[in-house]
Design a protein around this ligand. Structure first.
Ligand SMILES: Cc1ncc(COP(=O)(O)O)c(C=O)c1O
Length: 426
C-alpha cells in the first residue's frame, strides 16, 4: 500500500510545483460527502473538488448513467458523428437558463474553455474586441482567462503579455468599503477617459466571486450592467462556473438579480465530476460564428453528457435548490455562533450553500489573516475535514459540501471545524 508520504515524494519528483495541492492527502476512494485516503483515513469533504460535486461523489444515478454509456460508446467526437445525449442536455440547459429569449448551448470540457468560447462568440457577434472584467474575479488559467482574471499573484505574474484591450473594474465588496456606486463610477470614468463603449464586445462577471472570496454581486449592479449592455450593444457574460447548479439555492445565482444574461458559462458541478462545460446563450448571439469556428475533440463527450443529464435529474428529484437553502441556513447560523467565540471570524456570508467565513486580525476587515487561514486548512485536514481557502487576500474559508450530504455529516463537519478553530485560533 502507498503512503501519503511516499506519494508526496514521488509527486515532487514527477509533477511540477506550479500545480499546487491544498492537502498532502492522496485520495483512494470517495462516496457522497466522504473520502478515504490511501492510508484508510476517512475525511468529510467540504471542498467537493472545488465545487464540482454538488450531487456528491459517485451519485448512484450518475454512476448508472455512466455505466450504461460505457456499454455503448465513449467517443465519436460530436463534430464527426453526433449523438442524442449532447442535444438532449443542450435542450434541458436552454430551458433551465434564466429568461425567455430562445437559447442554444455548446459544450466544451473545462471552465476556462467555456470562458474562451464565450469571448469568441461575443467578439464575432459584435465585431468588437474590448472586454471588461472585475478585480478579484477568476475565470481560469488559459491565456485569455488569466487576462480576464483580476488577481496578479499567482495567476498572471510571469505569464504575460496578457490579451490586449481588457479593462478591470472594482468589484463591489461592502465589507471592504467598495460600493456599487464605486464600481459604476469607475465604469463611467473608463468610458470617459479610456474606452469608447462602442468598442466593447462584452462585460464578464461572476454573480458570486468564487476564487475571489464568495462575495455576491449586488442585484443592483447586475441590473445596471444589463441596462448598460443593452444601451451600448455589449454582450453580458455571466460566469456561473462556481456558483451554478443549485449551489446558491437557485439553479443559477444570477436568478437572484432577475436579469437575463446574453451568454452564461457553466462547468464544475454540471456533470458530477466528469469534465464538462458549456456556453448557454441567446440563440441569435450563439449562432454568430460560422460552421467550424467552434468545437473541440473531446468537447461534450458522450460520458460527460450522460452524466450531465443524470445530474440535472438528481437536482430536480432531490430538490437540491431547497436543500442548498436549508444547508445554507444551518451553516451561516453555526458560523455566526462561532463568530461570537472566535473574533478572528470577521464576516460570514452566503448565498444559499455557497458559504464562506473571512478571517481577520483585530476584528478589522483591512487586516486579513492569511496565515491563520492556511493553518486552519492544514489543522482541519489533520482532524479529517477537507476545507478550502480562497479570497483576494487568501483569508477566506469557503464551504462547498455536496448538497446531497446528510444533516448528520454536515453537523459532524462543523463540530470538527469548531474543534480546529479552538486549536488554531487560540
Ligand atoms: C468562476 C470561475 N470561472 C472559471 C473557472 C475556470 O474553470 P476550470 O478550472 O474548469 O478551467 C473557475 C475555476 O475555479 C471559476 O471558479
Amino acid at each position: 500500500m502507498s503512503s501519503n508520504a511516499d506519494l508526496q515524494q514521488r509527486r515532487q519528483n514527477a509533477v511540477p510545483r506550479g500545480v499546487s495541492n491544498s492537502l498532502m492527502v492522496y485520495a483512494d476512494r470517495a462516496l457522497n460527502a466522504e473520502l478515504w485516503d490511501v492510508e484508510g483515513r476517512r475525511f468529510i469533504d467540504f471542498a467537493s473538488g472545488i465545487s464540482v460535486l454538488n450531487t456528491g461523489h459517485l451519485h448512484p444515478k450518475v454512476k448508472a448513467a455512466l455505466a450504461e454509456q460505457l456499454e455503448r460508446f465513449t467517443h465519436t467526437c460530436f463534430q464527426v458523428t453526433p449523438y442524442e445525449s449532447y442535444i438532449a442536455l443542450a435542450e434541458q440547459l436552454n430551458q433551465a437558463a434564466p429568461g425567455s429569449t430562445p437559447k442554444k448551448t455548446i459544450f466544451l470540457s473545462t471552465g476556462a474553455e467555456a470562458v474562451e468560447n464565450a469571448i469568441k462568440i461575443a467578439r464575432f457577434h459584435t465585431r468588437r474586441s474590448a472586454l471588461i472584467a472585475f478585480s478579484g474575479g477568476f475565470h481560469g488559467r488559459t491565456l485569455a482567462c488569466i487576462s480576464l482574471t483580476g488577481k496578479v499573484q499567482p495567476y498572471k505574474a510571469g505569464f504575460g503579455p496578457m490579451l490586449p484591450e481588457i479593462y478591470h473594474l472594482p468589484f463591489p465588496i461592502p465589507y471592504h468599503g467598495i460600493s456599487v456606486d464605486d464600481s459604476l463610477a469607475a465604469l463611467e470614468q473608463l468610458f470617459k477617459a479610456d474606452l469608447d463603449p462602442a468598442r466593447v464586445a462584452a462585460i464578464i462577471i461572476e454573480p458570486v466571486l468564487g476564487e475571489g472570496g464568495f462575495y455576491a454581486a449586488p442585484a443592483e449592479l447586475l441590473r445596471k450592467l444589463r441596462q448598460l449592455c443593452d444601451q451600448h450593444g455589449m454582450v453580458l457574460i455571466i460566469d456561473e462556473i462556481q456558483s451554478g447548479f443549485a449551489r446558491t439555492g437557485r439553479m443559477f445565482a444570477v436568478e437572484y438579480a432577475g436579469i437575463e444574461p446574453d451568454l452564461m458559462v457553466v462547468a464544475k458541478s454540471i456533470a458530477g465530476g466528469i469534465p464538462l462545460s458549456a456556453v448557454i446563450g441567446k440563440a441569435a448571439i450563439m449562432d454568430a460564428p460560422g460552421p467550424g469556428g467552434l468545437g473541440g475533440t473531446f468537447a461534450g463527450s458522450p460520458l460527460a453528457c450522460a452524466a450531465g443529464l443524470a445530474v440535472l435529474k438528481v437536482i430536480r428529484d432531490e430538490r437540491l435548490t431547497e436543500r442548498a437553502l436549508h444547508m445554507g441556513h444551518f451553516m451561516t447560523s453555526r458560523l455566526k455562533g462561532l463568530q461570537v467565540r472566535f473574533p478572528c471570524i470577521g464576516d460570514v456570508r452566503g448565498p444559499g450553500a455557497m458559504v464562506a467565513m473571512e478571517l481577520v486580525k483585530n476584528s478589522r476587515a483591512d487586516q486579513p489573516h492569511a496565515e491563520l487561514t492556511a493553518a486552519l486548512v492544514q489543522a482541519a485536514g489533520r482532524r479529517g475535514l477537507i476545507i478550502l481557502a480562497c479570497g483576494i487576500y487568501s483569508n477566506v474559508i469557503r464551504f462547498l459540501a455536496p448538497l446531497t450530504i446528510s444533516d448528520a455529516l454536515l453537523k459532524e463537519g462543523f463540530n470538527l471545524l469548531e474543534q480546529t478553530l479552538g486549536e488554531v485560533a487560540s
